[in-house]
Ligand binder design. Structure first.
Ligand SMILES: [Fe+2]
Length: 234
């Protein structure tokens, strides 16, 4: 029998956790160089200044439909979306239900010179994600940061952040300060998160560019239905 801990207090109800996935692609050492070559060629065709932050359009899958490494990574992303969505929907999806993922947008970003994006969410999708093609000089861990502003991390914000501005703060709601989580870039690391979660790529500066792939996706069930009926009791 499991030892009873303070967390087992039967009077306590804890609600609404957030489910994300974070793991490393086993084939990143083969796939990443091929994609970096493709993406720099793509950017250079537009003759942008190398010092500028660059974000491609989100149609890479239809632009390069036969690119071997891009398709390999897209397949891995789709499998990973199913993995995290199945966990988040445990008890709601039928056991072993087959689902289909449509990656509705996929694009890359090259950052340097303290470039960043403001806090945002992704619309018209249930899951989104970031894949780090080249972490370069990004902060690698919380101890790496040591009280400084992190370099190039992806920060996610939980619902408590809504109550920080102008809210009442005392020792009783200290937990409200635990309102963010950082994904530290690492070559080949994939992070899949609910599309509605607020997030922000922190400013990045380094010897080499930070290069990431971003995506958002929709998930369909076995009957091809994307949307659920109102009411889960049917
Ligand atoms: Fe984003």
């Amino acid at each position: 029998m499991a030892k009873k801990t303070k967390q087992d207090n039967p009077n306590i109800v804890k609600l609404w956790s957030t489910t994300l996935l974070s793991k490393r692609f086993a084939h990143y050492q083969k796939v990443n160089p091929a994609l970096l070559e493709l993406f720099y060629q793509h950017r250079d065709r537009e003759q942008r200044s190398p010092e500028q932050a660059y974000a491609s359009r989100d149609d890479l899958l239809s632009r390069y439909p036969l690119h071997k490494e891009l398709n390999e990574l897209a397949d891995y992303i789709s499998e990973s979306i199913v993995e995290v969505a199945r966990e988040a929907n445990r008890g709601l999806w039928r056991e072993d239900e087959k689902v289909r993922v449509t990656i509705s947008g996929l694009w890359f970003q090259i950052s340097n010179g303290h470039s960043f994006h403001e806090m945002h969410v992704h619309g018209n999708a249930s899951w989104s994600g970031v894949y780090y093609l080249r972490a370069a000089d990004s902060s690698r861990s919380a101890t790496d940061v040591k009280g400084q502003q992190p370099n190039g991390v992806t920060r996610f914000y939980g619902p408590h952040v809504e109550h920080m501005a102008g809210g009442f703060g005392d020792y009783g709601n200290l937990y409200l300060h635990d309102n963010s989580w950082d994904s530290f870039p690492q070559d080949g690391k994939l992070c899949v998160f609910p599309a509605h979660i607020k997030h922000m790529p922190f400013p990045y500066v380094g010897e080499e560019d930070r290069v990431i792939l971003s995506f958002h996706a929709q998930v369909f069930n076995s009957s091809g239905s994307q949307k659920y009926d109102y009411g889960f009791n049917n």
